[in-house]
Every structure is written in structure tokens, then in C-alpha cells.
Design a protein around this ligand. Structure first.
Ligand SMILES: [Zn+2]
Length: 415
């Protein structure tokens, strides 16, 4: 059945516009999600996407705010760093404080006080990481909470409902995530199940956009939904997954199941081949990647969006990314080093503090160590994305990529 109040349908151009208003409704809804490709250099793309909470310039890096908070950061810090979108985690927010509670607060934006765009993952990756604590079937995933052992069932429909209640600007389909390495047969069966689940997620989304469903509060009527391409490291399976996922039709497409332990060169090969087969008219999101060099290398292979815990998690462990390479602030060589972390960085941490002080805070276990280090690492990642966008705009991306790989990937200290 065709929904009577579809808010948007994808067009060939990649622009996603409101559906023609049906006879039962004369409500006009402005275009809530659209992607515009501005320019490209080789496979690298400069673009932007528009959401109900603002525009995101691509290529973009999305800081990870698992529990509705990017660890050690205030939202104001993220805004000042120029973060245009952050990511929330469906699995964690579903278990605590619960999507019903968040929907009653008006959705995730209002609950956490973040006014810019938000993306929620589907929770698939977390559920599959539970190993012995979960059972997967065609219906979905049954698992025990990592908090209290309580039993839960996540299905493609339920995950779509939860994300509708959270109301992020972009929701992801529920997919099956496979460990690396996997046999080809297992990867094929898993990928085909993910395609069936993607169709169920899309059908549910269309119901929610149409007549709605009792008991589900749609917190953001302009929510977009992205499909996820799977298939492990097998190119033919990736090709099959792309065709099936694009045939279902989503506002954007993600590449999942990478950065799970496969060699980096193999990941780059899969990314290049997969991204090249996705529609040029929709954003392409590489999930869970990666190092600064991964960002640059995968932009060069056609990726527009990234997320990763690396800058925030490593910051809390004292590993800092700089324009001249990585620094481990624990190292004794920084005990009396009065220089800023990165001479080329103008973040608050680098403008204000020395390596000696940052090392002292870290060794003393001060909370500000996590805050100052995270501020810097996110500044480095977001600044790298700005430089990438600038380079593509001026057709100097390949030169930038070569220089970046020569400098930023060295390990300055390794203890
Ligand atoms: Zn800095």
C-alpha cells in the first residue's frame, strides 16, 4: 500500500524531495533530506547534505556520542570545534534510559540539548559483539543486556521504531555484522539476511512516514534512513549487496563490516570497489573507521562520511594525533617539554597548555586530562576533514593526500 503521507521520495538527481501531496492531505513539507555533490577530484567528492537540523559539509567526520554524550566533551566544545553532526548509539540508549523516556522528552535532540544534526546507528554492531549473550534468527537478535542480564529482542521493525522515537536526522537499518575472518558461505548468507532485514526496515519506515503506528512516537518527521552494504571482503558479495540495497532505495548508503581486523590494504580495496558502485547521487558512509590516514585514503576512494571512537578513546588513553605524527603523552620525554602538543593546531589545548602540563595531568589521573586531550584529538580530526574539503574544492586533494601520508602518520613516540 502506498503511504498517504510520504514526506519524501528519492529522485534520480539524488535530491530527496517531498512526495506530491495526495488527495487526502494538502500539507506541504519542505525537503528534509537532500544531498548535493559540489565537486570532485578523482573519486574524492565534496558535497553537503541537508537535514531538519541543518547542513553537513562532506566529507564529514562524526564524533561518537554513544550515550548521548561525546565522552569528556560539552556540546558547546563540539560546536566550537565545528562538529556539524554527532552519532548516538541505539543499543545503549534503548537499554538506558530507554527510547520511550527519550520520546516523552521530545526526542534525542531535545533530551540531550544538541541542536545540530544527529545520526543513530542501529545497534547491530553492539548486539553482535555480545557473542555468547545473543542468539540470531531470521526474526532478529535476542540478547541479554550488558547492564543487568535482562532479555531483549531486537528486530528490524523494532530497531526502526526505536530510532523513530529517538528522532535522529539519520537512522540506520538493522544489519547482521560478521566477524573477520569469515568463510565465503557464511558471509553470503549473512549479507542476504541483512538485505532481507533492510527491506523490513524500509517497509517499517514507510509505514511510520505514512499512517504511523500505534505506540510509536515519530520524534523527527524528516528522519532519513540509510541502507548498509555487507559482504565481508568478498567483492562479488559486496556487488550483490550494493545492487539489492540500492534496489530497496534509501536516502544514503553505508559500507558496514569493515575495520574489523582485515588488513588495511584489503579494506581500501573493498571500499574503492564498493563506493564506486554506489549511486553518485547519495551520501556514502564508511562505518566505524578509522585512523587519520584511513579518512584521507577512503575519501580518495569515494567516501563522504565517517565515524570512529578512535580520536576520543585514544585521547583518554593519552594517545594524541598531531600534524607531525602520533604522540603518547605518557612518555617521559614530554616531562619537561614546554611546546604545545601540535604547533600547527589552534585548539584551546594547544593554545593554552604545554606537553609537560598535559603529561602531568595524565599521570596524576586528572579528569581534565581526558577533556583537554579529547578536545585536541577531535580538533585534529575535524581540521583534517576541513583541509580535505578545501583541497577537493581547489583540486589539490591528491597533493594534500601525499603530504598528509608523509607527515601525520609517523609515530613520534612509541612507549
Ligand atoms: Zn590542538
Amino acid at each position: 500500500m502506498t503511504p498517504t503521507r510520504s514526506f519524501f521520495t528519492p529522485l534520480q538527481s539524488g535530491r530527496v524531495r517531498p512526495a506530491a501531496t495526495g488527495s487526502r492531505s494538502n500539507i506541504t513539507v519542505s525537503s528534509p533530506f537532500s544531498f548535493t555533490l559540489i565537486s570532485s577530484e578523482g573519486a574524492a567528492r565534496l558535497g553537503e547534505f541537508r537535514t531538519p537540523h541543518g547542513v553537513v559539509q562532506t566529507p564529514a567526520f562524526m564524533p561518537v556520542g554513544t550515550q548521548g554524550s561525546v565522552k569528556a566533551m560539552r556540546h558547546g566544545d563540539l560546536e566550537a570545534l565545528g562538529a556539524e553532526i554527532i552519532l548516538g548509539n541505539t543499543y545503549h540508549l534503548f537499554l538506558r534510559p530507554g527510547d520511550d523516556l527519550i520520546a516523552r522528552r521530545g526526542g534525542l535532540h531535545r533530551f540531550i540539548g544538541w541542536k545540530r544534526p544527529l545520526l543513530t546507528d542501529s545497534g547491530g554492531f553492539q548486539v553482535f559483539s555480545l557473542a555468547e549473550r545473543r542468539v540470531i534468527s531470521e526474526e532478529g537478535a535476542r540478547f541479554r543486556s550488558h547492564h543487568d542480564g535482562s532479555l531483549h529482542m531486537l528486530t528490524p521493525e523494532r530497531v526502526t521504531d526505536i530510532q523513530a522515537q529517538l528522532g535522529a536526522d539519520i537512522a540506520m537499518v538493522f544489519d547482521e555484522c560478521l566477524a573477520y575472518p569469515s568463510e565465503r558461505d557464511a558471509a553470503a548468507a549473512s549479507m542476504r539476511r541483512s538485505v532481507r532485514w533492510a527491506q523490513r526496515c524500509r517497509d517499517r519506515m514507510m509505514q511510520l512516514r505514512g499512517a504511523g503506528l500505534d505506540g510509536v512516537t515519530v520524534s523527527n518527521t524528516g528522519q532519513a534512513q540509510f541502507g548498509i552494504v555487507q559482504g565481508g571482503v568478498f567483492q562479488d558479495l559486496r556487488t550483490e549487496s550494493v545492487a539489492a540495497t540500492v534496489a530497496i532505495g534509501f536516502e544514503g548508503y553505508a559500507i558496514g563490516g569493515l575495520s574489523v581486523g582485515e588488513p588495511t590494504d584489503l579494506m581500501y580495496e573493498v571500499v574503492a570497489a564498493t563506493a564506486g558502485r554506489l549511486p553518485a547521487t547519495a551520501p556514502r558512509y564508511l562505518m566505524g573507521t578509522g585512523t587519520p590516514e584511513d579518512l584521507v585514503q577512503c575519501v580518495a576512494r569515494g567516501i563522504d562520511m565517517f565515524d570512529c571512537v578512535m580520536p576520543t578513546r585514544n585521547a583518554r588513553n593519552g594517545q594524541l594525533f598531531t600534524s607531525e605524527g602520533r604522540i603518547n603523552i605518557k612518555n617521559a620525554r614530554y616531562a619537561e617539554d614546554d611546546r604545545p602538543l601540535d604547533e600547527a593546531c589552534d585548539c584551546y589545548t594547544c593554545r593554552t597548555h604545554s606537553r609537560a602540563y598535559l603529561r602531568h595531568l595524565f599521570m596524576a589521573g586528572e579528569m581534565t586530562a581526558g577533556t583537554l586531550n579529547t578536545l585536541h584529538n577531535l580538533s585534529f580530526y575535524l581540521d583534517t576533514m576541513r583541509r580535505i574539503r578545501h583541497a577537493i574544492a581547489f583540486n589539490t586533494f591528491e597533493k594534500f593526500r601525499q603530504e598528509f601520508l608523509r607527515s601525520a602518520t609517523r609515530l613520534l613516540s612509541d612507549s
